[in-house]
Design a protein. Structure first.
Length: 369
């Protein structure tokens, strides 16, 4: 961030906020400290001295051992979810701006893949004998699905990374911009791609295991000719998938670890596993809120369109736009929750959220706008 931008940020702060920053000047970069001094001088404010009259350098989080990192205080679920929602509503516009393009790309990718699959299927079955084309069709279908999953996952991870940067800005009492959030990804592009790939492999492994589990239960029930109630059937159908997603969420803190503190990929995965110990309920709530809310938000505009069709004939694009907008508004809290959880369980300083956080000692210094 340039000196002019930092100075502009400080000019928008109250006297109390500037004095609070000055009380923790050791956590600022030299550029930010100079801008703060200039603003204090302009307002004729006297910089406060630390309580012990001595400035102590802030200890970087990466100097902690794994045991210290996971020794985090208990987080009450209701209070944490409330904090996530308050943070989202306080800066909802920036999160929606980040999520809307990603949601649009995901919709277009899914629509294009479905169109290709339908065209391929019609082409194969238009022949009198489809047998010679089955192997080729299976290969093409596999490639189409692989491309669709890859694009959707990459876009989702890009949104997650941008939201991590936005949450870090907000908790540092600064206003994030669209470009700032994605610039963070550019600074760690190699590790971003690596951690995104690692998370995809883990998620696919968990979903595959859940699929085998569901198949085994259904096979056993059919073998012994046991009739499953509808509720139990639905639980066995979707329960393992939800459990797999929650298991995958245990490693979701690897993304903010890489983006915000520049952890290596392997270490970030192990760190996320340790930091999320005992946080099952929080992860489950975040995942279920995203799944259920996203599903309802995606199909509700189409329900409304069909319900109003007898009186108001809305064009199809209205329902599509409503669906994309609804999903863009509903999905960010899950990623905000993961990013905020990482910040809460790794930050021990009582000044967290009131002063800009500098980069750890072993890496380049960062400031935020």
């Amino acid at each position: 961030m340039g000196a002019q931008i930092i100075a502009a940020v400080y000019r928008r702060k109250t006297n109390e906020e500037l004095l609070e920053l000055a009380a923790h000047r050791e956590q600022l970069t030299a550029e930010a400290s100079s801008a703060l001094t200039a603003e204090l001088t302009t307002r004729r404010l006297k910089s406060p001295k630390p309580a012990n009259n001595e400035l102590k350098p802030r200890q970087p989080r990466r100097d902690k051992t794994f045991d210290q990192e996971r020794d985090s205080r208990h987080i009450e679920v209701r209070g944490f979810i409330g904090e996530v929602l308050r943070l989202y509503h306080s800066k909802s516009w920036i999160f929606i701006k980040l999520a809307a393009p990603a949601t649009l790309v995901i919709y277009l990718t899914t629509t294009a893949a479905q169109s290709e699959v339908r065209a391929l299927t019609r082409n194969v079955f238009s022949h009198s004998s489809a047998s010679p084309y089955r192997a080729s069709m299976a290969l093409e279908l596999g490639l189409i699905n692989l491309a669709r999953i890859s694009i959707i996952w990459l876009v989702t991870c890009l949104l997650f990374a941008a939201i991590c940067s936005a949450v870090d800005h907000i908790k540092s009492a600064l206003v994030p911009t669209f470009s700032d959030c994605f610039a963070e990804v550019g600074h760690h592009l190699g590790r971003f791609v690596g951690v995104s790939s690692a998370l995809l492999v883990l998620l696919v492994a968990f979903v595959t295991m859940s699929g085998f589990l569901s198949f085994g239960v259904f096979w056993f029930a059919r073998r012994v000719q046991v009739h499953l109630p509808d509720l139990l059937f639905s639980s066995l159908m979707y329960g393992p998938t939800v459990a797999a997603l929650v298991m995958g969420a245990r490693f979701s803190l690897a993304m903010p670890a890489v983006l915000l503190d520049d952890y290596p990929i392997g270490r970030s995965i192990l760190l996320s596993d340790r930091l999320t110990e005992g946080k099952w309920l929080i992860l489950t709530v975040l995942v279920l809120k995203s799944l259920i809310g996203g599903y309802i938000g995606a199909i509700l505009p189409f329900w409304i369109r069909s319900w109003l069709w007898g009186t108001i004939q809305l064009p199809h694009w209205c329902a599509v736009a409503g669906s994309i907008g609804a999903v863009a508004m509903i999905e960010p809290p899950m990623f905000i929750g993961f990013a905020l959880l990482y910040l809460k369980v790794t930050e021990k300083s009582t000044t967290m959220g009131s002063v800009p956080r500098t980069q750890f000692a072993s890496g380049p210094t960062r400031t935020y706008s």
